[in-house]
Ligand binder design. Structure first.
Ligand code: TXA
Ligand code: MG
Length: 319
């Protein structure tokens, strides 16, 4: 049987027997396994080469099913769930004992997400367990936004790849927790701060970044990195430093006809949604074309632009 396909019942059978299935979501593709089956969870960590201190997000199909894994839902979190699920948002919620410590890396909370992608929701609705799914990329590399991206890198480790087309949002979910009464954003993502504040009617705290932040241990600075070194800043200035190199340029909207070997503009119309959707495949294309260095520029720091700039910063740190 072909490894990439659209067979939801085969995906279900594979998960039921504790195999791994790559699932399409509107943010990025996930590498899914039965969250209640330790063997399946272990094989996720192994496939990604992911350290065990980096917890996994659990996916389910609707808010009615949260009590599968969540002890209680604080009011502020309920309001966010009602407003933004299904969608590109993960809430950190008090976990039930049934959720293995392996999934949460020993934390008392579990990251929960109800994705919007129809195919995956249909699959999740047929399961009596949540699906643990990190982004389906080797640890530290760029997240996949198509079935082919998953096949390219994790093809040998996954039993089936459910092909739901290219991810419409293109950056990972926004991760939100509570600290006392305050809403705290632990990872910028597909849901913007402005949208959250509209619903919460209060200013949210930002606690993203770095490897020393124990609440979101996976937010290591070197995440989302292409193999090719990446520099972010003023492209004209950067070009002077890399004369004679095979340069790849990722601009926001500007179309360039210059000496770069490869140029991708994220959105010719200057639309941040479109730019987010194209970001990871642009970085990947640079890698696939084995250029020497990627030069990129920041986008306006508002709405989804904040998540894009965060990913660009992280892509460049490892270089
Ligand atoms: O959009 C997404 O969120 C995608 C799709 C597949 O749902 N998933 C994703 O998973 O990006 P992953 O594993 O690549 O990133 C999850 C992040 C990690 O940084 C992890 O540390 C954090 O979520 N996380 C998960 N559970 C957590 C918890 N209980 N407390 C704090 N951080 C948590
Ligand atoms: Mg990831």
């Amino acid at each position: 049987m072909n490894k990439i396909g659209q067979d939801i019942s085969f995906a279900k059978q594979t998960l039921d027997r504790e195999g791994l299935v790559a699932i399409p979501t509107e943010t990025v593709y996930g590498l899914g396994g039965n969250a209640f089956a330790e063997e399946a969870v272990l094989s996720i960590f192994k496939a990604k080469n992911r350290p065990s201190f980096d917890p996994l997000i659990c996916h389910t199909s609707s808010m009615d099913r949260l009590d599968l894994m969540v002890r209680h839902l604080p009011n502020a979190m309920f309001d966010l769930g009602k407003a933004f699920w299904p969608g590109p948002m993960t809430l950190l919620l008090p976990k039930k004992l049934i959720v293995p410590d392996l999934v949460t890396s020993g934390l008392p909370t579990v990251g929960v997400r109800i994705p919007r992608h129809e195919m995956t929701r249909e699959l999740l609705a047929q399961l009596d367990y949540p699906v643990a799914a990190p982004s389906a990329n080797p640890f530290g590399y760029i997240s996949p936004t198509s079935a082919q991206h998953v096949a390219d890198q994790l093809g040998d480790h996954v039993d089936y790849i459910l092909d739901g087309g290219s991810s419409q949002v293109g950056v990972e979910s926004t991760i939100i927790g509570l600290s006392g009464d305050h809403i705290v954003v632990h990872r910028l993502g597909g849901l913007s701060l402005e949208e959250i504040e509209d619903v919460s009617k209060s200013k949210v705290q930002l606690q993203v970044n770095n490897s020393s932040n124990p609440v979101a241990p996976g937010m290591l600075k070197s995440h989302y990195a292409p193999k090719v070194p990446c520099h972010v800043g003023n492209i004209e200035e950067l070009l002077k430093d890399f004369e004679g190199k095979k340069v790849g340029i990722i601009s926001f909207k500007e179309d360039r006809t210059d000496s770069s070997a490869l140029h991708i503009s994220l959105s010719k119309q200057g639309n941040l949604q479109e730019a987010a959707k194209n970001l990871f495949s642009a970085l990947r294309t640079m890698d696939y074309n084995s250029i020497d260095v990627i030069l990129a520029e920041f986008v306006p720091d508002q709405g989804l632009g904040r998540a894009i700039n965060d990913r660009l910063r992280r892509a460049s740190v490892a270089s």
